[in-house]
Design a protein around this ligand. Sequence first.
Ligand code: GDP
Ligand code: IMO
Ligand code: MG
Length: 462
Amino acid sequence: MPLTAIIGALWGDEGKGKIVDATNEEADLIVKANGGGNAGTTYVINGKKVVLHLIPSGALRKKRSLMAQGMVMRPEQLCKELEEFNWDVNLGIDPRLQITLPYHLALDYAREKAADLKAKGNNKTEGGAIGTTLSGIGPTYEQQKSRAGIRFFELCSDEKKLEKKVRENYDYIKGIIANMGLEMVMPDRKIIDGKYVIEDMPLTAEQCVEAAVESGRKLKKYMADVSDEVYTALKEGKNVVIQGAQGTMLDIGFGNYPKVTSSEVRAPAVYTAVGIPAFPMKVIGIVKAYPTKVGSGPVVTCLDGGKWPVDENYSDPVAKLIRERGQERGATTGRARRVGWPDLVVLNYSHKLNGFTDLALTRLDIMHDIDPIKVCVGYWQDGKLTTKYNGWDLETLSRAKPCYVEIPGFGDISGVRNYESLPSGAKQFVELMETYTGVPVSIISVGPDREETIFRNFKAFE
Ligand code: GDP
Ligand code: IMO
Ligand code: MG
């Protein structure tokens, strides 16, 4: 059964886009399973950079690209992305998929504002806002569960019924926001003089109705029973790639709750998100050579003094170097990402939740000339050394101290295309990761471009 999933092993932005694109050559179908506008995926093809949030990576190779039920989708945003392709994308959208409308962004924004107001002091790691991408993700999934949500099917059906439901939801959400003592406004995110700022934009019910009706008309032609299409393709022996979004540590159930997103990110969740039985699946865990995190929550190996938002006065020089060199800013929000030393404790936790058959190690090139490289192999927690990761206990995690082994640094590896030619320090890093997790590192990425990839006996499909 040629089914392969690409799953973020850490806190997102691991380079899933680059790997899914590099492995897509033999794929027939590319399916996105979870998340929505919060995902920011960067592709670099022959030096040209493309950033997508919703459209699956298959569009870049003109392959059939599907958005599964488990995703949430902001229709105006999808229309904008499709315009960039002149609407020429072989796209299918599941009728059951939930729609994000502007009022979801308003509620996301209001909640973050209220949490920030409540938080004391500067260190938001243990309280305050999550630092969401303000894409309305939480409120959309929440309305799915409360059965008040609008599905893609309804977006593209009776316009009168759609308008009624949009107005009802607008009023309901306006009421919640008013109860918080706040206004019904949308976040307008901007980068001004290199600083991330958000401005309030008033939001009316009419704007929401217009957004829904207009985009429904434009997107209707893409409706497709994704669950059935993927099932049939697999039965016919076609190659299907599942393109995950976010990272396992942001999973709603098994990530660092509540500092998480609102969807299930893990590989086993793919089956329910797409709507297929548990066919055998190859699971490629994407792991960045160093972890990054946008938003608050504990990162034991953090080199930014645990501060969120990042305050470089508290950052270790290694964090500053990596952030600068790696341009570690969110593709969706432009916010600086926190940076840490590699953490095998987290990676192993992630592996046990996902069952990785392969690991793809990305951004190894960014680690050049950092000597030594510290790799976390255990945590000092309440006076004891442990390799267990209690992802649910954020307080204990925020007190935990990393136990490192050191490996020698290495020089520029961006031109290397085969494993044997890597310097010894880089190989030691790879082999330590393999020994610790028991999973082969079969892809090593040494640059953003499709071509800047080392494959080690890698097969995209079995
Ligand atoms: P995703 O959300 O997991 O798809 O990752 P993002 O696109 O948000 O962030 C990953 C960033 O790293 C993008 O800018 C990629 O172009 C870039 N990238 C991916 N792999 C590599 C690599 O091996 N080396 C370097 N230098 N950049 C990479
Ligand atoms: P990709 O697919 C990195 C983070 C946010 C915040 C938390 C909740 O590019 O890897 P949300 O907007 O989902 O309610 O935010 O999750 N987050 C991501 N961080 N990469 C992502 O996606 C993310 N999607 C959400 O920063 O901490
Ligand atoms: Mg990203």
